[in-house]
Design a protein around this ligand. Structure first.
Ligand code: IFM
Length: 461
């Protein structure tokens, strides 16, 4: 069996020149220091018993705001080309608008400057789910003025950081915001209303388009967005219509408007009993279709479906027909091996997702902006978490991504999710995705074997 270093070396030889290797995090999942900002819908959601499995709230998370220097050192040690983080909207404006929050602005200055000093490209996401509560109270992503508010937020960020942030993502995974937050009650704000789920998806896209215009007017470089896309597998060969509609609800509902094709007709038809889509306007669709410089894909698992088998598939986060309103009744049938999220590990589906996306959004360079896995992390060697499952996962998925490149996909980089163990939303601290272990009691950071592996890949290129 090859050593980790030998495996890292072999993988590194496939990495093309200029291909970006990085790690990713998001604000609410790591920052802590909630008193230094305003409240978000995730704070409200976390305050209700039962919403987050282990009762985790925003503090201290990874206490990243107070441990920024340590975390910057960690990134420098890893040697990443880029670091993907998100701005917390309520840390920029405590109430989402109006007076800027000086300490919040200063924090992101220190983060961005600290990255640049270490030669690491800051890859910023404007919105990774922590909507200011003030807007949540007014209807959140189904409140029409949210599009204008997002434009104002883009203006504030661009004014301050456009000269130093290397790449801009408007949104992270609008499917999750809309389908887990509005169509169902799994995520904040927990609306549980499928019709609002579709309206939220549309308004998120519209806000994206508005932000693209604002960022461009400030000469912000590399403007794009991030979707969680995947391959839908018709496992029993009897679920082709289910495959088509779930593909539409997961992938095409975002890619088609971005490519200027509007909302897919089959999805309008499949959801006719839920919404009449009357909130969609031509002006909105025009803004949504503004050209972007790149698209980020967050990929973890395929969606493998079959006709109902009535057998128990156990725990799978985010895979059931409730999160796909309008889909026919199918069953999700992930195969082994699976991660702790219940998600099937199937690197080939990353290749197909990239190939399909490149066809659906031609001419737009792609990045893997998140990829990784939650594993038990219970094997320790010399005080280090020996997370060989995660090493295997990352190695096989980087290879699968490079296979897509070999098939002609313009793939420019890969970001591992996540730099460190953090709050996995409704799963709280129970699921660990970090390549660096974080002790929730002491906040001590300890690189896992996967961190050493990624570091070795980067160093050996
Ligand atoms: O932790 C999340 C992240 O915030 C968004 N993408 C998926 C990850 C794992 O569930």
């Amino acid at each position: 069996m090859l050593s980790l270093d030998a495996r890292a070396h072999a993988l590194s030889q496939r990495i093309p020149d200029g291909f970006i290797l990085g790690t990713a995090t998001s604000s609410w999942q790591i920052e802590g220091d909630s008193t230094g900002r305003g409240s978000s819908i995730w704070d409200d959601f976390a305050a209700v018993a039962g919403n987050i499995k282990d009762g985790t709230t925003a503090d201290p998370a990874c206490d990243h705001v107070n441990r920024l220097d340590t975390d910057l050192e960690l990134l420098g040690w890893l040697g990443v080309d880029a670091y993907r983080f998100s701005f917390s909207w309520p840390r920029i404006f405590r109430t989402g608008e109006g007076e800027l929050n000086q300490s919040g602005l200063d924090f992101y200055d220190r983060l961005i400057d600290g990255l640049l000093e270490r030669g690491i490209k800051p890859a910023a996401t404007m919105y990774h789910w922590d909507l200011p509560s003030t807007f949540g109270d007014q209807g959140g992503w189904t409140w029409a003025p949210i599009v204008d508010r997002f434009g104002d937020y883009a203006e504030a960020l661009a004014n301050r950081y456009a000269d130093r942030v290397d790449s801009w993502a408007t949104l992270n995974e609008p499917w999750v915001s809309a389908c887990l937050g509005y169509a169902t009650t799994i995520h904040a704000p927990g609306a549980g209303d499928p019709a609002r789920g579709f309206e939220a998806a549309y308004r998120l896209l519209h806000a994206h388009g508005r932000a693209v215009d604002v960022l461009r007017s400030h000469n912000a470089p590399n403007v794009g967005t991030v979707l969680n896309l995947t391959t839908i597998i018709d496992d029993d060969g009897k679920s082709d219509y289910g495959r088509q509609i779930i593909d539409g609800l997961q992938n095409r509902i975002f890619l088609d408007p971005l490519a200027g094709r509007g909302i897919p007709i089959d999805i309008i038809e499949a959801t006719a009993g839920i919404t009449d889509w009357s909130f969609v306007t031509d002006e909105g669709l025009t803004e949504i279709a503004r050209p972007i410089d790149w698209l980020g894909i967050n990929y973890y698992t395929p969606a493998r479906i079959a006709q109902s088998t009535a057998s128990d598939k156990g725990f799978i986060v985010g895979q059931n027909t409730d999160v796909y309103p309008g889909s026919p009744l199918v069953e999700f049938v992930p195969r082994e091996p699976r991660t702790e999220m219940g998600w099937e590990i199937h690197a080939e589906s990353l290749t197909t997702t990239l190939v399909d996306t490149a066809e659906r959004l031609p001419g737009v360079p792609l990045f893997i902006t998140e990829n990784g896995g939650a594993f038990p992390d219970d094997e320790h060697v010399d005080g280090r978490v020996n997370d060989l499952d995660r090493v295997d996962y990352i190695e096989s998925h980087i290879n699968a991504a490079l296979d897509a490149r070999d098939r002609g996909v313009d793939l420019r980089g890969y970001f591992a999710w996540s730099l460190m163990d953090n709050i996995e939303w409704a799963e709280g601290l129970l699921k660990r995705f970090g390549i660096v272990h974080v002790d929730p009691e002491t906040q001590v950071r300890t690189p896992k074997s996967s961190a050493y592996f990624l570091r070795a890949v980067i160093a050996a290129r």
